[in-house]
Design a protein around this ligand. Sequence first.
Ligand SMILES: [Zn+2]
Length: 120
Amino acid sequence: MDNEISLLKNNDNRTDSDLEKVQEFYKFLQGEVPNGIVVNERTTLNLSQETAFTIIWYLQEHLSIFPDQIEKCSICDELYNSYSEGYHSEKRDLFMCSSCDDGIDDDDVEDTDEADSFLP
Ligand SMILES: [Zn+2]
C-alpha cells in the first residue's frame, strides 16, 4: 500500500508507513513522546486507548487526514492496516488484527443473540 499521509514539512526523514505514523500518534496521545520532539512534562497527554483512538477516528472519518484502513483491534488494542491484515466481523462488531483473528467467519455466525457468546 502506498502511503497516503502527506506531511506538510519534515518529510525528509520520514520513511515510515502510514500505520507507523498513526501508531506513533496513538502512543503520543497516551503519553509516549517520540524521539525528536519535546513536550512539557505538565502537558504530556495520558489518554486511554479508547479515547486516543476516538481522536484518530475523527481524523480519519471527519477530516480525512489519516487513512481509514488503520483499525484498532478490539481484542489487543493494537493498530493494524486492514488492507493487509486482520478481519472485521460485522455480526460480532469486532475488529481483529491477524494475531487475534479467531478464524470464525461471519458466515459461520448465527444471526441471533447467540452471536453474543463470541464476544470476549
Ligand atoms: Zn489484536
